[in-house]
Design a protein around this ligand. Structure first.
Ligand code: SIN
Ligand code: NI
Length: 253
């Protein structure tokens, strides 16, 4: 599936884009079953965090590996980024039923130990219907040009706006998704996810792509800790497979 020029233009201009119907309802339901079977994913109980997070499920679940590495996701990701990509990591993010905690506004990139990397992006895949009431994403259009900020606290409302007051006055775009729809967002695009006020768990699978030539900067991160990397090393090898489709072109910059 090739994205329209309009979708690519929307992504480049606003830092995010919604792509409906990437997976069929039946495909999404199959992946949702695999996500719900992750240990503790379906339990209820008190929660402190904005979500339950399962990082690099592609390494342990054959079903979710197929989704993470799926060309239906990586081909549009490559088209949007316009540069060759690798997998940085994936994560299943579960907001349990009646989980009143929002994921507060943040950019993803400042958390990552990447010395070089400008086009990293995430595919946020709705495995179930995700209306606003169950914790869909809200984006700050154009905020992907605001680079160089320190990491923001996902738990602290307004932390991003304390660092970058102009963004407090940005338009906010909330994007409900049907199961099988995806939003792609640039790693510098400010975003948040609403609380889940429904009876059903919100199940999302996020695949994060980075520029294929991304270099490690040595900071701690759960994905790179203990794997023997030195600052200045390229993030390549088995943990970071290339995910580039021959069909997508390269950007000229
Ligand atoms: C969420 O789904 O709750 C947040 C996802 C993100 O920050 O990318
Ligand atoms: Ni995020």
């Amino acid at each position: 599936m090739e994205l329209s020029e309009e979708s690519v233009e929307h992504y480049r201009r606003h830092g995010f884009v919604r792509v409906p119907g990437v997976l069929s309802a039946a495909e999404a339901a199959g992946y949702a079953r695999a996500a719900a079977e992750l240990p503790g994913a379906s339990s209820t109980g008190p929660e402190m965090r904005p979500f339950r997070q399962y990082v690099n499920v592609w390494r342990t679940s054959a079903v979710l590996r197929a989704l993470t590495l799926h060309p239906k996701l990586s081909a549009p990701a490559h088209q949007l980024a316009g540069v060759p990509l690798r997998l940085w990591h994936d994560q299943v993010l579960v907001k349990p039923p009646h989980h009143e905690t929002a994921t507060e506004f943040h950019q993803d990139h400042p958390y990552w130990p990447h010395r070089t990397c400008r086009h990293a992006l995430s595919a946020w895949v709705a495995l179930v219907d995700v209306p606003a009431e169950s914790g869909c994403m809200t984006f700050l259009p154009g905020s992907h040009t605001h680079t160089g900020l320190r990491p923001q606290d996902l738990h602290k409302e307004g932390d991003l706006f304390e660092i970058d007051p102009e963004l407090r006055w940005s338009e906010r775009v909330t994007v409900p998704l049907r199961a099988g729809d995806i939003t792609f967002h640039n790693s510098y695009t400010g975003h948040m996810a609403l609380p889940n006020r429904t009876d059903a768990a919100r199940l999302a699978h996020v695949v994060i792509y980075m520029d294929a030539d991304t270099v490690y900067d040595g900071r701690p991160h759960p994905v790179t800790d203990g794997v023997g990397l030195l600052p200045g090393d390229r993030l390549d090898g088995d943990l970071f497979p290339p995910l580039t489709s021959a069909a997508a072109g390269s950007r000229s910059e």
